[in-house]
Every structure is written in structure tokens, then in C-alpha cells.
Design a protein around this ligand. Structure first.
Ligand SMILES: Cc1cc2nc3c(=O)[nH]c(=O)nc-3n(C[C@H](O)[C@H](O)[C@H](O)COP(=O)(O)OP(=O)(O)OC[C@H]3O[C@@H](n4cnc5c(N)ncnc54)[C@H](O)[C@@H]3O)c2cc1C
Length: 422
């Protein structure tokens, strides 16, 4: 912390602010980058042993919220790497039937620069983004540290981990995702509701055969397929630069490396749980191969080209998402414990908004903590007030988009999905 800052506890002054971030996901890492840039002593405690332990290479739509937060928090060269490794932007959003009959087409205005932070509108590979966010933080991330509980008072916070270890900090940020241990203890009344939607996500690498099969609308942008009770969202990621090559060029000393990645088609077969013909327990136990086969079965009467594209997937990359959405809670009194991202406002992926909102949180909280607030707790309270406002609005918008796109009767309203596409 900045010399001279006073804390809420009157006896303590002139001590550097220490921030413990629990969760090394998209929001937690972005916050850590920003705090480090601002000279704040930050440590990220991540449950997983390594940052690439879980499957995470899916396509994320990113917009101005992400653009501005990443520009603020990342060192300029890493921000440049982020922009270099984004996907080409979409120019059009199309809704088709399962037989590829066009129901709705919407072209995007070409005026805004899709790679300028304030008008960013493109896609990234989640794994690439997370690798960029973790770059240079090696000495600030402690892996294999699962938070189980904490103790907090007006002077600071003590963290307790599953391995028996403890740590101390002035501020604790729960960036630990939808099942947040921090939220469960801090705001036990804040719950996460199951929306009933289940989604099987898959990835089809862009082989020559797959490229040939791409329906024309997919060449221009995101395409949503409405097939009665089952829907499919599809989006290409065409890297502007291969991540590994862009990193080697921008960081010739090799201090930043990115995993190789190739262009791919993301597809997501979604329906209400009942349509999957299996209980959640059974679905959760399915292997990627079984999930891939189940998705194929659900679209078995669809256009042959679409089915073939699904068949050409990298099967081991198939995974299931049970969609959950935070139930907003009223304002709580601020303290030295706070939350960001899915930990406080988990939302349906229908609007492509969760990561964007988590990144915005990181930027907002970073600003609050790095600006030498006379009172850290008050600064956290001001962040939380703003965050609840836009965070819960995003939850509601995503919930509505999911509801309105989940029904054949409302197929015309599928255009709401357009936000995912740009
Ligand atoms: C398939 C899919 C597609 C999506 N598409 C989009 C999109 O297009 N655009 C968009 O904006 N959003 C999208 N989202 C949502 C987005 O991925 C999330 O909103 C975002 O990852 C939230 O970031 P976060 O940092 O809050 O949490 P996470 O990224 O989930 O990170 C939480 C971290 O906390 C760690 N952790 C958990 N518990 C503990 C503990 N007790 N102790 C220590 N560490 C812990 C976890 O291991 C994890 O690393 C999508 C989500 C899915 C599943």
C-alpha cells in the first residue's frame, strides 16, 4: 500500500496493502495483473495444481467491458498480445432452422473498430486469454491452494486452505467462480439457481473437409440453429495470429509463451434437461465420447452438413455445462472481504457476458484499491455498489436471453443471441 494510507483500524498506518485473491480464473488473474501494475502486494491462491488442469479451450465473445479492463490491467505488451491473438470479428448474425433455412439475418455496422478497447467486439480462446492473464504473475500465483474458510476482522483476513496452510492479507477477494467458497461463507443467503438448461459444448478443428462444410452464414459470423426443443449455437474462431507465433514475435526472449492453437468451430447443443433423456447424475458421469454421441443423437434429423461438422469434432474436447444463474441479493455492509465475477453474479452463457463482467469487475476493483483510498472498506463498498448494479443487470439480461431462445415459439427472438456473435 501507499505510504500514509490510513486503514479502518486507527492503530495501523503506513503498511503496504496486501490483497489475497482466491481463484486464478479470468477475473482473479486480471485483477492481480492490475494490482501488480499499481504496485499493490497481491497473491493469487488457486485450487488447481496447474492453471491448465481443466478443459477450457472454448470460444469467448469479448466486448468493450473486456477491452477496457484488459487495457487498464495488463502491461501494454501483454495487451498487444491479447489483441494479436483474438479471433476475426463477425460481420453478421444469422438464425437458421435445423435444415439451414434462414429465419433471421442481421449485419453489424462496420463503423466501430472491433479491436479498439472501447468498441471491442470479437472472440478469444479462453485458454489463450488465461495464459496471457497469467503471464508475468508466476511469483504471485500459488497453485494447489483450495480455500476452505477464512476469518476476518476490522484489521485483516486470515485464509485457511484444504492442505492445512494459512495466509494473511488486508483484503480478501473471492474470485473463485460459481461455487465460491468465499461467497458461501460471506453471503450464505446468496444462492445460485439451476436454469434447467444443459449444454454440450464441442470443438471441430478446421480441417479442409470441415472448412468445405461450413454453411455460408458461418463464414460471416455467428450462427444459431433453432431445431424445435433443441438449439445449437455455432461460432468460428479464426485467430488473427496463431497464439504461439504471436508470443514468440512479441516476446523474443521467450519469457511469455502461449500454447499452440488452431482455428476451430465451437458448437453448443442446448436443451432443457428433460430433452437429454438422462438424469443429471448420469449426464455428469458421461465421458467426452458419450457426450459427443449424445449430442449427435439429439441432432440426428438435422441438415447432413451440420451433423458431419459435429461428427468431425475433437471428441475429447466435448463437455457438459449445467447452466446456473445467481439470484440477486440486496446490498450488504462492506468489509475487507469482497467478491467478483461468477462468484457473485454467475449467469447463463446465452449473452456471452460472464467473462466480460468478471473482467469489468477486475478493472473496477483494481481502480478502487489502487487509488490510495483513505478507507479501504469504503472503497470496497463503492466498488460493490457499482458491481451489483451492472452485474445483476447482466444476470437478468442473460436469463431473459436464455428463456427467450429456449422455446420454438419464440424462435424469432433468437436474435437476442446476437450479442454473443460479434
Ligand atoms: C462454455 C462456456 C461458454 C462461455 N462463453 C462466454 C462468452 O462467450 N463470453 C463471456 O463473457 N462469458 C462466457 N462464459 C462465462 C465465463 O467463462 C465465466 O463467466 C468466467 O470464466 C468467470 O470468470 P471468474 O474469474 O469469475 O471465474 P472462473 O473463470 O470460473 O475462475 C474461478 C477460479 O477459481 C478457482 N477456485 C474455485 N474454488 C476455489 C477455492 N475454494 N480455492 C481456490 N481456488 C478456487 C477455480 O479453479 C478457477 O480457476 C462462458 C462459460 C462457459 C462455461
Amino acid at each position: 500500500m501507499v505510504p500514509g494510507r490510513t486503514r479502518t483500524h486507527p492503530e495501523e498506518t503506513d503498511i503496504a496493502l496486501t490483497v489475497a485473491v482466491v481463484g486464478g480464473g479470468i477475473g482473479g488473474l486480471c485483477l492481480a495483473q492490475g494490482l501488480r501494475r499499481a504496485g499493490v502486494d497481491v497473491t493469487v491462491y488457486e485450487r488447481d495444481q496447474t492453471l491448465d488442469e481443466r478443459r477450457q479451450g472454448y470460444r469467448l465473445h469479448v466486448d468493450a467491458r473486456a477491452g477496457l479492463a484488459l487495457q487498464q490491467c495488463l502491461p501494454p505488451q501483454l495487451f498487444e498480445l491479447f489483441l494479436a491473438t483474438c479471433g476475426s470479428p463477425s460481420h453478421q448474425f444469422t438464425v437458421v432452422t435445423e435444415k439451414l433455412k434462414v429465419l433471421h439475418e442481421e449485419a453489424y455496422p462496420a463503423a466501430a473498430d472491433p479491436f479498439a478497447p472501447a468498441t471491442l467486439s470479437t472472440s478469444v480462446d479462453r485458454r489463450t486469454l488465461r495464459e496471457i492473464l497469467a503471464s508475468g504473475l508466476e511469483d504471485r500465483i500459488v497453485t494447489g491452494k483450495e480455500l476452505t474458510r477464512y476469518e476476518a476482522d476490522e484489521r485483516g483476513v486470515r485464509l485457511f486452505f484444504a492442505d492445512g496452510g494459512t495466509a494473511e492479507a488486508d483484503v480478501l477477494v473471492g474470485a473463485d467462480g460459481t461455487n465460491s467458497a468465499v461467497r458461501r461463507q460471506y453471503l450464505p443467503h446468496a444462492t445460485v439457481a439451476d436454469t434447467g438448461t444443459r449444454i454440450i459444448y464441442g470443438k471441430t478443428p478446421m480441417s479442409d473437409e470441415a472448412r468445405e462444410l461450413l454453411p455460408a452464414p458461418l463464414q460471416k459470423g455467428f450462427m444459431a440453429v433453432v431445431g424445435g426443443a433443441v438449439g445449437m449455437a455455432t461460432g468460428l474462431i479464426r485467430f488473427r495470429r496463431r497464439p504461439e507465433e504471436a508470443a514468440a514475435e512479441l516476446f523474443p526472449l521467450g519469457n511469455v509463451r502461449l500454447s499452440p492453437a488452431e482455428d476451430y468451430l465451437m458448437w453448443a447443443v442446448s436443451a432443457h434437461q428433460k430433452q437429454f433423456g438422462a438424469s443429471d447424475e448420469t449426464l455428469a458421469a458421461l465421458t467426452p465420447a458419450h457426450l459427443h454421441a449424445l449430442a449427435a443423437k439429439m441432432i440426428r434429423s438435422w441438415d447432413p452438413g451440420l451433423r458431419r461438422l459435429q461428427m468431425l469434432a475433437d471428441v475429447k474436447e466435448t463437455f457438459l455445462v449445467r447452466v446456473r444463474s445467481s439470484v440477486p441479493v440486496s446490498a450488504w455492509p462492506p468489509s475487507r472481504v469482497t467478491l467478483l465475477g461468477d462468484a457473485i453474479h454467475a449467469m447463463s452463457p446465452a449473452c456471452g457476458s460472464g467473462a466480460n463482467t468478471a473482467l469489468k469487475d477486475a478493472g473496477e476493483l483494481c481502480r478502487a484499491l489502487a487509488l490510495e483510498p483513505a478507507d479501504v472498506v469504503q472503497a470496497i463498498g463503492e466498488y460493490e455498489q457499482r458491481m451489483r448494479d451492472y452485474g445483476y443487470s447482466a444476470v437478468e439480461a442473460s436469463r431473459m436471453a436464455e428463456t427467450e431462445t429456449g422455446s420454438r415459439r419464440n424462435r424469432a427472438l433468437f436474435w437476442l443471441y446476437r450479442k454473443v456473435t460479434r
